[in-house]
Design a protein around this ligand. Structure first.
Ligand code: GAR
Length: 192
């Protein structure tokens, strides 16, 4: 299974997936990384792991569709079977959705459908809910919508700071994402 990673920021989830492949917990090849943010720390992480990287902000292209077509050509050149979003902060449009039907997966730091968007952890924290968690789901045209693959919940201790909650959520993500992808691959839901 050839996986293309998409990321915009720190890349701790990308690093967790790299480590899972190295340790034999994820039976896949990380064939490339697509990054929309030239300043992102994830670019270095991919470089260290010798993963070919395309850094392409949408502003570098005349319009959205041209941006996606450029990305699609890069994915196809690397024989991508599956797209795995790991902190990718852009909406996936029709060009990629049609090229990879049910083959684009996202991780989100809340119990969807609660707290979609860019600030899932902070929004749950500020709402004062008793529990939050992590969701892994297939991507559709919406923002953090699409069929849910796996969820894990976490009780928020009353005295927890936002930083503590973020650390606890990321720890779940780094364990759950490789495991959920491996389960999908083993179940043959993604034949190849
Ligand atoms: C992760 O918490 C991921 O779930 C979230 O961005 C963070 C990226 O961290 N994604 C979203 O909020 C998507 N809506 P990372 O760059 O360290 O992996």
């Amino acid at each position: 299974m050839n996986i293309a990673l998409f990321a915009s920021g720190t890349g701790s989830n990308v690093q967790a997936l790299i480590t899972a492949v190295e340790e034999g917990r994820l039976d896949a090849t990380l064939v490339c990384l697509v990054c929309d943010n030239p300043q992102a720390a994830v670019i270095d992480k991919a470089q260290q792991a010798q993963i070919p990287t395309l850094v392409l902000p949408p502003s570098a292209c005349p319009h959205r569709q041209a941006w996606e077509e450029h990305i699609l050509a890069f994915l196809q050149a690397h024989q991508t079977d599956l797209i795995v979003l790991a902190g990718f902060m852009r909406i996936i449009g029709d060009t990629l959705l049609e090229a990879y039907p049910k083959r684009i997966i996202n991780i989100h730091p809340s119990l969807l459908p609660e707290f979609p968007g860019r600030h899932g952890i902070q929004d749950a924290y500020e709402a004062g809910v008793a529990q939050t968690g992590v969701t892994i789901h297939f991507v559709d045209a919406g923002i953090d919508t699409g069929e849910i693959i796996a969820q894990e919940s976490l009780a928020i201790p009353q005295e927890a700071t936002l930083a503590e909650l973020e650390a606890a959520i990321h720890a779940i993500e780094h364990r759950l994402y490789p495991a959920a992808l491996q389960t999908l691959i083993e179940k043959g839901k993604m034949d190849k």
